[in-house]
Write a protein that binds this ligand. Structure first.
Ligand SMILES: [Zn+2]
Length: 216
């Protein structure tokens, strides 16, 4: 089981980025069964956790109460945010569409409603498709050029093929919202390279890796 080094240090929360085997194993299934999830529509809305255990139109969930949040992924980024000053957790399902559509901006708008100062926020990014494998059309790179600063190495070009670095896009956007570089970590596992994880790009699978974030 993989964890963010930064988030592991936080005593009030727990989190797990599960691989394909762990996602189906006993102890974790129990936690998943009790968890709150969202529809993951590849859009930009954040669901505020209350009575509902499923937030259909959201790609993110925020809570300041004791609960378990689940994000399902097979190449997209699971992004876990923790604000220790207000004990708020926020979990995001971030593919390119959501990142382009302002999911991170909306997340920080919600966090500000809880009085969170982004300078205190810690972020862990879980396994996702890496720049090694995420070949995209040049047109998509051009789209991102409109919203990412030109000095940011958010894509690679190899033999006329283009590869998008989703985590660098996310990290650029997080820093734009005031998160400090040293408060962000990425577990650096590519779901397409590692057979331990489901990858939509590799397998066109309906199965998902489960990522859990909880207030203890
Ligand atoms: Zn890879």
């Amino acid at each position: 089981m993989v964890q963010s080094t930064l988030l592991s240090k936080e005593k009030s929360i727990d989190h797990y980025f599960l691989n394909r085997y762990e996602s189906r194993s006993g102890n974790f299934l129990k936690l998943i069964g009790k968890s709150i999830s969202c529809g993951q529509m590849h859009q930009n809305k954040i669901g505020i956790v209350g009575k509902s255990i499923f937030h259909r139109n959201s790609d993110g969930l925020i809570s300041s109460k004791k609960c378990i949040l689940t994000i399902r992924t097979a190449d997209c980024l699971p992004i876990f945010i923790y604000a220790p000053d207000k004990k708020v957790i926020l979990a995001l399902h971030a593919g390119w569409k959501s990142l382009f559509a302002g999911l991170i901006t909306n997340a920080f708008q919600e966090l500000s409603l809880y009085g969170v100062d982004s300078i205190n926020v810690k972020v862990g990014i879980g396994p996702h498709i890496g720049v090694c494998c995420y070949q995209v059309d040049k047109s998509l790179i051009k789209k991102f050029m409109n919203i990412i600063a030109p000095d940011q190495p958010f894509f690679q070009e190899k033999e006329n093929n283009y590869y998008l670095n989703l985590s660098l896009v996310a990290i650029f956007q997080l820093k734009n919202k005031g998160v400090l570089q040293h408060s962000i970590d990425d577990v650096n596992i590519c779901t397409n390279c590692s057979d331990d994880y489901y990858s939509y790009r590799r397998d066109h699978t309906d199965q998902r890796n489960y990522n859990l974030l909880m207030i203890k």
